[in-house]
Design a binder for this molecule. Structure first.
Ligand SMILES: NC(=O)c1ccc[n+]([C@@H]2O[C@H](COP(=O)([O-])OP(=O)(O)OC[C@H]3O[C@@H](n4cnc5c(N)ncnc54)[C@H](OP(=O)(O)O)[C@@H]3O)[C@@H](O)[C@H]2O)c1
Length: 419
């Protein structure tokens, strides 16, 4: 059994490429159904920093090739350009990578809380689609455990930032009068909620929240003292806005050039700052050409996140130690899992020999009582168990493919002839 990872993330590709592979919660079930045709046992992890496919199968090259084809089709790029953006991993490197992701070390904002929940959700969604086998579940559970330990045993997520908080901080740094500034937040999911919470705690007065579903906007507005607004009113609301933060989980832009152009008409050059933290982006990139409009996307906030990373170097080392322990446990389990077929044939072979020899012997000793037969039966079983103990321990403790071959040869496991 092999594990493979095929992915694209904020280290490997620019936003305009990453957003083509991004899959939101709504679209995930359909994406999994498509992926199933390529790799029946696989999990998609799509967050604002990455889209990754974790797959398990009997042939590494087949599984990896299938996932690469899936991503190539999703990104609609040629084989050549795909190689520039994607990365692959297997074995220990894959374990380490997934644990780093779950711990928040691979995120643009180091130690972010949200990613651990997203790893859990990825596992749940693939389970619902019937695509998770035992090895994949074990792998993800190990990574989730490492993520939980990192948060409980280290300070990696203590006062950790999020993309939402970075966006709000950037917005508030631009505004002179926070209490009177008008800040519109488009999107009432987790990212929107975080943005509202932080903006409110920093004293922002004129908060407006926009969502496709009115009820959702109203819910957050009540909680954080904002004004709920529908998409239909958005352009009118933007006419006197200072900042717009967009974080709707929409697969298409929700703010187009024409709409923003209409909104800024008559503002007499008053600047409008738009922070688009959605993946894929919510705002058409051409909007930045409009006079007075300052548009930032998630990658533009990277340098702020980088400063945050440098502050957490000591915690990073502590989390790396946890990852090392969890990876060692995963490796041990995986080696023992892979040794199962050889262990099974070894035990079957030994039992074949034992039962045959036992049968022959008791035939020659017809005077044996039932009790004596049972004693001999138990004795032979315990001798076999003792002889097999060491080879089984050897196989379980990471003998690998070579070790399995040695055991197979020594015990004649491929030999079809009668024992
Ligand atoms: N979660 C984070 O910490 C985080 C961090 C950085 C960036 N982001 C990015 O922010 C965005 C939202 O993430 P989230 O975690 O908050 O997701 P989420 O909880 O699923 O967001 C739901 C919000 O998106 C709206 N929405 C969904 N589909 C839409 C569509 N087709 N058109 C217009 N609005 C739509 C929903 O409207 P309804 O009212 O109709 O439900 C709701 O307001 C994503 O692009 C994500 O990559 C998230």
């Amino acid at each position: 059994m092999y594990f493979t990872l095929t992915g694209i993330n904020h280290h490997s590709a620019p936003i305009e490429v990453r957003e083509r592979a991004a899959i939101n919660t709504e679209a995930l079930p359909a994406a999994l159904l498509r992926l199933r045709q390529y790799a029946p046992h696989s999990i998609i992890l799509s967050t604002c920093n990455r889209t990754e496919i974790y797959a398990a199968g009997p042939h590494a090259a087949d599984v990896s090739g299938a996932c690469t084809r899936y991503l190539r089709d999703a990104l609609q790029v040629t084989e050549g350009s795909l190689a520039t953006y994607i990365y692959t991993a297997s074995g220990e490197a894959l374990f380490r990578h997934l644990c780093s992701v779950a711990c928040g070390l691979d995120s643009m904002v180091i130690g972010e809380y949200e990613v651990l929940g997203q790893v859990r959700q990825a596992l749940t969604a693939a389970e619902k689609a019937g695509m998770v086998n035992l090895p994949l579940r074990h792998l993800f559970e190990g990574a989730i455990r490492s993520g939980r330990r990192a948060r409980e045993e280290t300070g990696i997520s203590k006062n950790a930032l999020s993309i939402s908080s970075i966006a709000v901080n950037k917005a508030l740094a631009i505004i002179t009068d926070i209490s009177n500034a008008k800040i519109i937040i488009i999107g009432a999911g987790e990212a929107g909620r975080l943005a509202l919470r932080i903006a409110r705690s920093r004293g922002a007065g004129g908060l407006v929240v926009v969502s496709r579903t009115e009820q959702r906007a109203v819910g957050l507005a009540v909680q954080y003292g904002a004004r709920p607004v529908s998409h239909d009113q958005l352009i009118a609301e933007m006419r006197d806005a200072d900042i717009v933060i967009t974080c709707a989980a929409s697969p298409h832009p929700v703010l187009h050039y024409k709409q923003v152009s209409e909104a800024i008409d008559g503002r007499s050059g008053l600047p409008l700052v738009i922070l688009d933290i959605a993946m894929p982006r919510n705002v058409e990139p051409s909007v930045q050409e409009l006079p007075g409009v300052h548009l930032y996307n998630i990658d533009d906030l990277n340098h702020i996140a980088e400063g945050h990373r440098l502050e957490r170097e000591t915690e990073v080392r502590a989390v790396e130690r946890i990852i090392g322990e969890e990876v060692a446990m995963l490796l041990k389990w995986w080696q023992s899992y892979n040794a199962r077929p050889v262990i099974k044939s070894l035990m079957q072979r030994a039992e074949q020999i034992r039962s045959k020899q036992y049968g022959r012997s008791v035939k020659k000793l017809p005077a044996l009582s039932g009790e004596e037969r049972q004693a001999i039966d138990l004795l032979t079983r315990s001798i076999v168990d003792k002889i097999l103990r060491e080879p089984i321990m050897f196989l379980k403790s990471g003998a690998g493919k070579d070790g399995s071959e040695v055991i197979s040869r020594l015990f004649g496991l491929d030999d079809e002839s009668e024992p």
